[in-house]
Design a protein around this ligand. Structure first.
Ligand SMILES: Nc1ncnc2c1ncn2[C@@H]1O[C@H](COP(=O)(O)OP(=O)(O)O)[C@@H](O)[C@H]1O
Ligand SMILES: N[C@@H](CCC(=O)OP(=O)(O)O)C(=O)O
Length: 372
């Protein structure tokens, strides 16, 4: 089986903190120079590459003299701000050695949740790629709190893959790929060479971060593969310390773990809705409504809603959850949370009498909804 990278035109490459900072010892100039040289090689083959790089906090900790990862959020944010300077500097000089321009793009979850900012981010990234520049992306750690974080750069990499409809997501890490169990704990664990993104069996094998530097561990990489597959991107998880890892993949060599996308592609607007990690509110559905949405492809009518959580306006993206709290769908609400509370459990024929107007017979129309 050939690596999907050989045929991919647009590729997101994510590098983790331990690789970038040489296990927290400081920016690994030699490793970064090797990735830059290989990415220059990919560009020369006509491929467009976006780099998602972690390491700001780990590098900032070192520069500010922290021996252990601070627990105070503002100290972490200070580390990120200091470390990001180092990342920007080393990437700029490493790529310049290959006559490639770089651009720093710091994103927050709120940027991608807002439709206008989402479209702006997408246009800026595709413009940079068209201009031959390599965008270097990280989370804008200095302005985010835990509740509104992407949480880890594996997720960010998948969201960027969806944002610009990349063909592949390459996650470089400190292991050779996904193993049948965490190899740090189980030496007999074996490498999984390929699988289907979204297969729940993969999630069962993946554990948390093995070092104190990385955030997500293997599980966030597996979940990132599932998310990236929604826009058709295949994912490869490979060992970033292999000096030719990207060139070997580009030549078609199957290394690491390849997780192929097999899910149907969502339209761009539905993709945007699916990628909302947090929504302004949620509606609780009864069993009948869950059945209508998930099995019959129907819209959500107010009669199937038993509760409305949170405050939201018309046109907001909200989550539909079942009675047990499990998210089943996301979509654009035709009504505000206050209006939704007044019409829930009621037939649509009563909407006008209850509100004095009708915005639609549905609370969420099928065309504005994505199943999760
Ligand atoms: N099934 C598994 N296969 C491989 N690695 C695993 C698995 N389960 C947990 N891990 C751990 O995940 C770690 C990689 O995640 P992380 O430390 O977050 O890296 P990064 O900084 O590259 O994102 C590995 O070092 C390993 O200890
Ligand atoms: N934005 C953070 C990234 C945190 C993160 O996801 O780290 P990792 O698990 O090493 O990819 C930083 O630059 O330190």
């Amino acid at each position: 089986m050939n690596s999907v990278i050989q045929t991919a035109n647009r590729i997101i490459i994510k590098v983790g903190s331990s690789l970038v900072t040489n296990d927290g010892r400081g920016l690994d100039h030699a490793a970064i120079a090797r990735w830059a040289a290989q990415i220059a090689g990919l560009r020369a083959l006509g491929k467009q590459v976006v780099l998602v790089s972690s390491g700001a906090i780990a590098e900032g900790m070192l520069r500010l003299g922290f021996e252990r990862r601070p627990t105070d959020i503002h100290e972490l944010q200070a580390c990120a701000a200091v470390g990001q300077m180092g990342l920007a500097q080393i990437y700029e000089s490493s790529f310049r050695a290959h006559n490639l321009g770089t651009a720093q793009v710091l994103l927050t979850h709120a940027d991608l949740a807002d439709r206008e900012r989402y479209l702006n981010a997408r246009s800026t990234l595709t413009t940079l790629l068209r201009m031959g520049v390599v965008p270097i992306i990280n989370e804008n750690d200095t302005v985010v709190t835990d509740e509104i974080k992407f949480g880890d750069n594996d997720t960010l990499g998948a969201l960027v893959a969806n944002l610009i409809e990349a063909d592949a997501l390459v996650i470089l890490t400190d292991q050779h790929g996904l193993f049948s169990a965490d190899p740090r704990k189980d030496p007999s664990a074996t490498l999984i060479t390929h699988g289907v993104a979204g297969d729940p069996a993969l999630e069962a094998m993946a554990g948390g971060a093995g070092s104190s530097l990385g955030r997500g561990g293997m599980l966030t990489k597996i979940l990132a593969a599932r998310r990236a597959a929604k826009s058709g991107a295949h994912t490869i998880i490979a060992w970033g310390r292999d000096s030719d890892v990207l060139s070997r993949l580009a030549q078609g060599e199957a290394i690491g773990t390849e997780l192929r996308a097999q899910t149907g592609q969502l339209t761009a607007r539905k993709q945007w809705m699916a990628d909302h990690l947090q929504t302004a509110g949620a509606v609780v559905l009864d069993a009948g409504a869950v059945q209508k949405l998930t099995r019959e492809g129907k819209s959500l009518l107010p009669i199937g809603v038993t509760a409305v959580n949170g405050e939201f306006g018309r046109g907001a993206v909200i989550t539909c959850i079942d009675a047990a709290g499990v998210p089943v769908a996301r979509g654009l609400s035709n009504y505000t949370s206050g209006e939704a509370r007044r019409i829930m459990r009621k037939p649509s024929t009563e909407i006008e009498a209850l509100l004095g107007f009708v915005e639609g017979h549905e609370l969420i129309h099928r065309d504005n909804m994505v199943l999760l």
